[in-house]
Design a protein around this ligand. Structure first.
Ligand code: NAP
Ligand code: GDD
Length: 355
């Protein structure tokens, strides 16, 4: 299924600005590409070669090569391959670069820590160096993460909260955060970190917990699956809607001076609560019984629909995240539009309809 556009064409006039996105085939890349095109940008996206086509999130934006005045173009490249990044920057010469590409799965980063460090960490300095060597006068956005706060030292977390990474992914993102800040200070580049808390959507990757829940709930309702196996039900996250969050990325890049910003909703909810809302929305309200590994979510007929499987636990967990985005609200005029229950409903409704 092609994703529904989040904004409404027809396209406005071009602004004359050109944006380059890494990670354009991912959740955020697809929403940001739509957003920038709706603002009249010419958008270029770096894609990795894959044996199977993985552009489903941006298929609805695709324009064939012979279209005059193309607004979206894709080029091959990889954050692990400096020569491809140099070549793309030389050809495209963007005004704004949004670095969204990463091995972004925290649990997977424990299995492939070195690769994660290469893409999510060293990949950033490859891009920044390519900009510097070319003398490219472009603004740079780095997709930093609330995972940096990890084992949180204070709540809510702000731009001033110390980092305590709890995974190879977060450690790689810490390097990325500091190298972005260093290039800003050392070379006077417009390079910013958006420290984004979790943001979800119907386009969320299927192995992240929110989408795993909404897809499984829809399948259980349709009789295509019996039970959903999850890890830590107590984990709490500050979950927002990706469509709201990409606007904050753009606003940071339009500011008078480069600064880092926390982007969050200011509410936190547990994985258990997310399950409750998702199942209730499709008329399968859950009650919980048992504790620890024996805890289960049961429907009104006594069927067990949710169980705990320790295989989904992480060697070191981030138990609790709650962001304070006052700085972004004040300086950028940004605020999220979608509520937590609105987000869960949007996701479960789309997964339910897609079956
Ligand atoms: P996502 O859906 O996992 O997308 C990741 C993107 O990175 C995909 O387009 C992927 O390409 C691309 N990619 C992976 N390895 C690459 C490589 N070696 N070279 C070039 N591109 C590569 O992630 P997302 O949720 O959109 O997140 C976007 C960014 O924000 C990531 O950097 C993530 O770490 C960060 N972030 C996300 C959140 C969140 O809650 N979503 C919060 C804070 C920060 P393929 O399609 O080919 O795999
Ligand atoms: N994925 C997953 N699968 N997570 C589970 C499961 C499960 O079956 N059961 C419980 N969880 C818990 C995880 O242990 C974690 O505490 C929480 O649900 C959220 O997990 P994910 O949805 O995988 O997201 P994340 O918070 O680890 O990472 C996401 O958000 C970060 C921002 O804070 C990713 O998008 C990262 O790229 C991003 O930086």
């Amino acid at each position: 299924m092609s994703p529904q556009p989040w904004f409404k064409p027809p396209w406005p006039e071009k602004t004359g600005r050109r944006a380059l996105l890494t990670g354009i085939t991912g959740q955020d890349g697809s929403y940001l590409a739509e957003f920038l095109m709706s603002k009249g940008y010419e958008v270029w996206g770096i894609v990795r070669r894959s044996s199977s086509i993985n552009t489903w999130r941006i298929d609805h934006l695709y324009e064939p090569p012979w279209v005059e005045d193309k607004r979206l173009s894709l080029v091959y490249g990889d954050l692990n391959d400096a020569s491809s990044l140099n070549r793309v920057l030389k050809v495209v010469r963007p005004n704004e670069i949004y670095n969204l590409g990463a091995q972004s799965h925290v649990k997977v980063s424990f299995e492939i820590p070195e690769y994660t460090a290469e893409v999510a960490g060293v990949g950033v300095v490859r891009l920044l160096e390519a900009m510097r060597e070319l003398g490219l006068d472009a603004r740079f956005y780095q997709a930093s993460s609330s995972e940096l706060f990890g084992k949180v030292e204070e709540s809510p977390q702000t731009e001033a909260t110390p980092f305590y990474p709890r995974s190879p992914y977060a450690a790689a993102k810490a390097y990325a955060f500091y190298i972005t800040r260093n290039y800003r200070e050392a070379y006077d580049m417009f390079a910013v970190n958006g420290i984004l808390f979790n943001h979800e959507s119907p386009r969320r990757g299927e192995t992240f917990v929110t989408r795993k829940i909404t897809m499984a709930a829809a399948r259980i309702k349709a009789g295509q699956q019996d039970c959903l196996f999850l890890g830590n039900l107590d984990a709490k996250r500050d979950w927002g809607f990706a469509g709201d969050f990409v606007e904050a990325m753009w606003l940071m890049m339009q500011a008078d001076k480069p600064e880092d910003f926390v982007i969050a909703t200011g509410e936190t909810h547990s994985v258990r609560e997310f399950c409750e809302l998702a199942f209730a929305r499709i008329n399968l309200p859950l009650t919980w019984r048992g504790e620890g590994l024996d805890e289960e979510g049961v429907d009104s007929d006594g069927r067990t629909l949710v169980r705990v499987d320790p295989r989904y636990f992480r060697p070191t967990e981030v138990d609790f995240l709650l962001g304070d985005s006052s700085k972004a609200r004040k300086k950028l005029g940004w605020k999220p539009e979608t509520t937590f229950s609105g987000l869960v409903e949007m996701m479960i409704d789309e997964d339910n309809e897609a079956l």
